[in-house]
Structures are given as structure tokens and as C-alpha cells.
Write a protein that binds this ligand. Structure first.
Ligand SMILES: [Zn+2]
Ligand SMILES: [Zn+2]
Length: 273
């Protein structure tokens, strides 16, 4: 694997020293999230908070140097996002090499188990939930919708099913692709923003509507419903036809969702996102 350090990033990755400094600040703020790390291939994909949304930034550590790309509007190859990500990748590579040198060679593959990748991904989100500041715009109930506003002023809708365990879903792009079943917003809401009193109140509530949402961990639509049987009597057979006991969509063919949507079209108690 290529040896690279901060100077390589400053001199060969950043378009200028000003951009290097800006990237360094982003890196220090931790304003990014690792979406996928493949140390053996040297490929790292991140989501970086930008001024106008989240950017997807990829760094590949190859034999001939760093190959970087970013989908932000900056016109050159060496934007500040790429710099921030390259600095974080440098940490990871060093970490990996440190661990490798103190381990038996046959244990190296341990670093790549899906559980470890998942744990690392969870850790990233927990750190960001702790480090970043969010403004909570409360919904009427504890169970149901809340809005979380980021420091950059972007709002995401977090829908809480089980407040005490922080379960639910979020409208952010990370939740919808990370396959973790959580995101920094859900974690921040549970860990930081809701008080003990809120969690107690949540235990008394019934989730206010029939919720159909995208479950990225399953890669399928999912149903969450706590409405009393009397209230959903008429649509219960439809719900049962399309969703199993766990609430997971019964069909691999997502086209069947259109049939489901058709069947509940006039039903105000059902919300599909
Ligand atoms: Zn960029
Ligand atoms: Zn989120």
C-alpha cells in the first residue's frame, strides 16, 4: 500500500493551501461520515456536509497515489471535501497498519468482517450525534414526527416509533441508504434531545398513524402500526396481504407497492413515505 501523509494531501491532493486549510477545518469538525470502507481495496466512500447539501466523496488509495472524487460544484479535483476525507482515510490507514503489525497475519481478515464494518459505521454516527448540535422542533406527540435542524440549517423529519429505544426512521439520505436502521438524527434525539419525562410520556402513547416507510436494513418497505383494531378494521386485510408479522413487505417485486398504494389510496390513516 502507498505510504502517504498530511504533506502528500497538502501538496498533491488539495488544489491550493487555502483549500487544504478549509479541508483541515472540516476534518477537525468531523463534518462527514464514512459510508463504506474497504481497506483491502483501499476504497473509502464518505458523505460530507456541504453548504448546499450532502456530497458524496470517494478516496481510493492506489499504488500510484490517491485517486479522489467529489460530486460538489467545485470545479477542480482537489476540493476541501476531498481533503477532509483524505485526512480521515489517513487516520484509518494508520490505524489499520498499527493493528496489522501487532496481530498474527491470519487474523487480518478479522478487520473486514461485516460486523466490524457495521460497528465502525455505528460508531461514526454515535460520534456525530454527540458532537454536532441539532435544534429539535417537536411534534405534538413523542411518538410520531419531529423535525431536527442541523447547524447548517437543514431540516430532517425524524419519525419515532419506540422513543425509549430510539427506533423509527429519518428522512435523511444516510438513513435511507446505510442499512443500519438508524442515523445520527435518531441517535441524537434519543440520547440528547428527549428528556426522561418525554420517554415516559412516549410509553403512554399509541403511534398516531399507520406508517409505511423504507427500511434500508431490509431493502424493503415496512409497516409500523399501533392503531387499535377497531380503527383499522377495513384495511386490516390489505395490510396483512402486503406485510408480514414483522411488518416487512411480503413481495420482492417492488412494483407490488403500487397495488398496495392503490388499495389504501383513500385511507387517511395510512401514510406512505
Ligand atoms: Zn467537494
Ligand atoms: Zn437522519
Amino acid at each position: 500500500m502507498l505510504d502517504f501523509d498530511e504533506l502528500t494531501i497538502r501538496d498533491q491532493v488539495a488544489d491550493s493551501s487555502v483549500i487544504f486549510q478549509r479541508g483541515r477545518t472540516l476534518y477537525e469538525d468531523g463534518a462527514y461520515m464514512c459510508m463504506e470502507a474497504l481497506p483491502e481495496e483501499g476504497r473509502y466512500e464518505y458523505q460530507v456536509d456541504g453548504n448546499y447539501g450532502d456530497y458524496s466523496t470517494v478516496v481510493v488509495v492506489g499504488d500510484n497515489g490517491l485517486d479522489c472524487s467529489c460530486d460538489c460544484p467545485y470545479p477542480g479535483p482537489g476540493c476541501k471535501h476531498v481533503v477532509a476525507v483524505a485526512l480521515d482515510v489517513l487516520d484509518r490507514v494508520q490505524d489499520w497498519q498499527d493493528k496489522s503489525s501487532t496481530q498474527e497475519p491470519e487474523k487480518l481478515s478479522d478487520y473486514l468482517t461485516p460486523e466490524e464494518i457495521r460497528e465502525k459505521a455505528m460508531e461514526d454516527r454515535r460520534n456525530r450525534a454527540r458532537k454536532e448540535e441539532f435544534k429539535l422542533i417537536r411534534g405534538d406527540m413523542i411518538k410520531g414526527d419531529h423535525l431536527l435542524e442541523t447547524e447548517q440549517g437543514r431540516q430532517y423529519r425524524v419519525t419515532l416509533h419506540d422513543p425509549a429505544n430510539g427506533l423509527g426512521h429519518c428522512s435523511c439520505p444516510d438513513f435511507n441508504t446505510n442499512q443500519l436502521g438508524t442515523c445520527k438524527h435518531l441517535l441524537a434525539l434519543k440520547e440528547q434531545l428527549l428528556r426522561k419525562k418525554d420517554l415516559e410520556q412516549g410509553r403512554e402513547e399509541l403511534f398516531p398513524f399507520v406508517d409505511v416507510y423504507w427500511d434500508s436494513a431490509q431493502g424493503l418497505p415496512r409497516l409500523f402500526c399501533e392503531r387499535p383494531p377497531g380503527e383499522i378494521q377495513e384495511i386490516a386485510p390489505v395490510l396483512e396481504k402486503y406485510f408480514d408479522q414483522e411488518g416487512i413487505f411480503r413481495f420482492e417485486n417492488l412494483g407490488r407497492m403500487l397495488d398496495f398504494m392503490d388499495a389504501v389510496r383513500e385511507r387517511k390513516q395510512v401514510r406512505i413515505r
